[in-house]
Design a protein around this ligand. Structure first.
Ligand code: CA
Length: 222
């Protein structure tokens, strides 16, 4: 899951980025409202974490413009304590939720997961495909009830694939799930992580569709 963080406070921004990375999110951090708008235009993030007091363009303006464009991605507003007016204004402008600083990072992560889940219209937090199950709340994957030990990147790839069983995801779509902008993207990194994921899942789950990308399906459906 890839999150855009718009926050000009270095300490808060750094803490949130580290905390969410630890929870398995890819986080891109921008420090002003203009940069947030440019990043939103790339359309690669699943959710926006928005500080309202941003330089160059304030958070409420960014949020209102986003909703005017018809961008329905979830927005979680980060506000200062006692800023009741900010919270009301944020919700009125189309925010989905808010958290008051300072907040607990595990609560932030849980709220992000809940918002994205709601956005995707999934009632059940667990995603299953036949005997394979992925639980975003605990970051665990089980096959026939047996836990699989996956790396953060293997988990991110499986998360992307299992969200759309039978759909072919391109290399670019999978790379987006793996990397922050600042990371160098190794040209065959997706293949490396997929190959190790395939070894752990066993044969037949992840199929390469030559020239197009990869898809997941239950081996029995082959
Ligand atoms: Ca601020």
């Amino acid at each position: 899951m890839r999150v855009l963080l718009a926050e000009d406070d270095e300490m808060i921004g750094d803490g949130v980025r580290r905390g969410l990375a630890h929870e398995g999110f890819a986080v891109d951090w921008v420090r002003d409202g203009r940069a947030a708008e440019l990043a939103l235009a790339e359309n690669v993030h699943d959710l926006l974490l928005l500080d309202l007091g941003l330089p160059r363009r304030d958070g409420l303006t960014v949020l209102a413009a986003m909703r005017r464009r018809g961008d329905r991605r979830p927005v979680l507003v980060l506000t200062a304590r006692d800023a009741v007016d900010d919270r009301v204004a944020g919700l009125d402008a189309g925010a989905d939720d808010y958290l008051v600083k300072p907040f607990d990072l595990s609560e932030l992560a849980a709220r992000i997961r809940a918002l994205v889940r709601r956005q995707l219209g999934r009632a059940a937090p667990r995603m299953t495909l036949g005997p394979l199950a992925l639980d975003p709340a605990t970051h665990t994957v089980t096959l026939d009830e047996t836990p699989l030990a996956l790396s953060a990147r293997e988990y991110a790839l499986l998360d992307a694939l299992i969200a759309r069983p039978g759909a072919i995801l391109s290399r670019a779509q999978l790379e987006e799930k793996l990397y922050n902008w600042k990371d160098g993207v190794d040209s065959n990194a997706v293949e490396v992580h997929l190959s190790s994921l395939r070894r752990k899942l066993g044969s037949g789950w992840i199929r390469n569709v030559r020239g197009l990308g990869w898809m997941i399906a239950t081996p029995a459906a082959a």
